[in-house]
Design a protein around this ligand. Structure first.
Ligand code: CTP
Ligand code: MG
Length: 235
């Protein structure tokens, strides 16, 4: 299903796909994670508002959970998020939701940002960081942070080995892509892709890494929600 949001619908060079269609099983509440309460409004509102007000973003497509398209559209209206072109129904896996949203991106788009609604605290500084390498020959860019914990490979509860974390990072969103590179990547098998950059990597594309942001933590559990709420209140 595709629902026009009533936004201006004007195209631009840089599009943002805001994926919010997950069930949020690990949050264990009575509604999808995107509609969990964060400071009194739906979690989705925070990233939607920030992307809409970003000077780097021209147009937005939201991927909403099945049956939650109308609440998503109402939210865009409440926020006066006029860059939202449409709210589409997400798919079974995250990559399916990204693909569904990407179908509404116009052919003349140059750059596509893909962002998890589960990371509410997106800001212009990280958007600027992920966009920069696209002008230097990269197909995609991920914001990432070093992994603070010791990392171990395990099998059925037993440690197989300790993995050097020196060259490991944790990838966040927003991730930025040249639109044609993302289009090519979606022509391939999407299974097992937990982020879009991995699709580009598998298609042989060049993906740069830039500094992420600790505030871009992903809300997964109730404790994460409380943490983001505290960060939001202190900012
Ligand atoms: N997502 C999506 N469509 C899916 C699965 C995930 O749009 N089929 C989005 C989520 O809404 C979230 C982001 O991808 O913004 C990251 O996914 P995750 O944190 O795993 O969220 P959920 O899948 O909703 O949570 P859980 O895995 O606990 O069910
Ligand atoms: Mg998930």
């Amino acid at each position: 299903m595709r629902s026009e949001s009533g936004g201006s619908g004007e195209a631009g060079a840089t599009w943002a796909l805001l994926v919010a269609a997950g069930a949020g099983e690990r949050l264990e509440i009575d509604r999808p994670k995107a509609f969990a309460s964060l400071g009194g409004r739906p979690l989705l509102a925070e990233s939607l508002y920030r992307l809409d007000r970003s000077p780097w973003v021209d147009a937005i497509v939201v991927a909403a959970p099945v049956g939650w398209e109308e609440p998503a559209i109402l939210l865009t209206e409440e926020l006066a998020a006029t860059k939202v072109v449409s709210c589409v129904t997400g798919g079974a896996a995250r990559a399916d939701s990204v693909r569904a949203a990407f179908e509404d991106v116009l052919d003349d788009a140059l750059v596509v940002l893909v962002h998890d609604a589960a990371r509410p605290l997106v800001d212009d500084a990280v958007i600027e960081r992920v966009l920069a390498p696209l002008a230097e020959g990269y197909d995609g860019v991920v914001p990432a942070l070093p992994i603070p914990d010791t990392v171990k490979r395990v099998d059925r509860g037993v440690v197989l080995e300790t993995v050097s974390r020196e060259d490991l990072v944790g990838a966040q969103t927003p991730q930025a892509f040249l639109a044609p590179a993302l289009r090519r990547a979606f022509g391939r098998d999407l299974s097992e892709a937990t982020d879009c950059a991995s699709l580009i990597e598998r298609a042989g594309g060049r993906v740069a890494v830039v500094e992420g942001d600790p505030r871009l933590l992903k809300v997964t559990t109730p404790a994460d929600l409380a943490l983001v709420e505290a960060l939001l209140a202190s900012s």
